[in-house]
Design a protein around this ligand. Structure first.
Ligand code: C5P
Length: 228
């Protein structure tokens, strides 16, 4: 059985508006509730730690979801600080060499089959694994003036998604190492890579997207309406 850490302590400033994006409602549920549902629906996911912003007024106060335990803790300035807080708040039953999932609160469209693949293949990798999707567009490197300097080859380039699956202690050490070196890691894998480790890429659905703009929210609404 595997626990999950769900960082939900971001302000969502790129989204605009007063409400942190994880609390926007779609089809009668907050994005955070959709995300927790997607994660905890998997029979091998045992429970989750939700990392909240200090002074969060919107948290529902749940202590369980789908009949599984939910714990909370307070996050930090950067996403990596919030994940570190979540790792520390895991129950003692999660051993230091156990695998732990980390999944963005704002990524509600996770498919059960993708989570299943990640757990299955990641647990059999010495380091762990992440869900990812191959880059399909042609990539341009911009110059300072907004003109194109060059085209970057897209072969072997992937977009890193979540969940990401790593061992509790190894991920903690990697995130602490990045923090102490002043490196802003934007996902867990980047912290592991800094340690010379090579996590496995597990291809997942492209529409496991992070809600960043109002257009993403409309897209998720549309996906849900098609499903029902
Ligand atoms: O800001 P971004 O969209 O990259 O955030 C990804 C996830 O990390 C979101 O679920 C957000 O709530 C969370 N986060 C956090 N603590 C921060 C910044 C972001 O838990 N300081």
């Amino acid at each position: 059985m595997t626990w999950a850490v769900v960082p939900a302590a971001g302000s969502g400033s790129r989204f605009g508006g007063d409400m942190p994006k994880q609390y926007l409602t779609v089809a009668g549920r907050t994005l955070l509730a959709h995300t927790l549902q997607a994660l905890l629906a998997h029979p091998n996911v045992e429970g989750a730690v939700v990392v909240l912003a200090d002074g969060d007024l919107h948290w529902s106060g749940w202590s369980s979801f789908e009949g599984k335990p939910l714990l909370t803790c307070i996050g930090g300035q950067a996403r990596a600080d919030s994940v570190l807080a979540g790792l520390a708040a895991l129950p003692d039953s999660v051993r230091m060499d156990d695998f732990v999932l980390v999944h963005d609160a704002a990524r509600p469209n996770l498919q059960l089959a993708d989570l299943d693949q990640l757990l299955e293949r990641g647990r059999n990798d010495p380091v762990g694994a992440i869900l990812a999707s191959p880059v399909r567009d042609t990539l341009k490197r911009a110059g300072d003036d907004g003109g194109i300097d060059r085209t970057e080859p897209r072969e072997r380039l992937w977009r890193a998604l979540t969940p990401q699956l790593f061992r509790r202690l190894q991920l903690t050490r990697a995130l602490e190492g990045a923090r102490d070196a002043g490196v802003n890691v934007t996902d867990e894998s980047m912290a592991m890579e800094r340690q010379g480790l090579r996590p496995l890429l597990v291809e997942g659905a492209e529409d496991n997207f992070k809600i960043t703009t109002p257009a993403d929210l409309a897209r998720f609404e549309f996906i849900l309406s098609q499903r029902s």
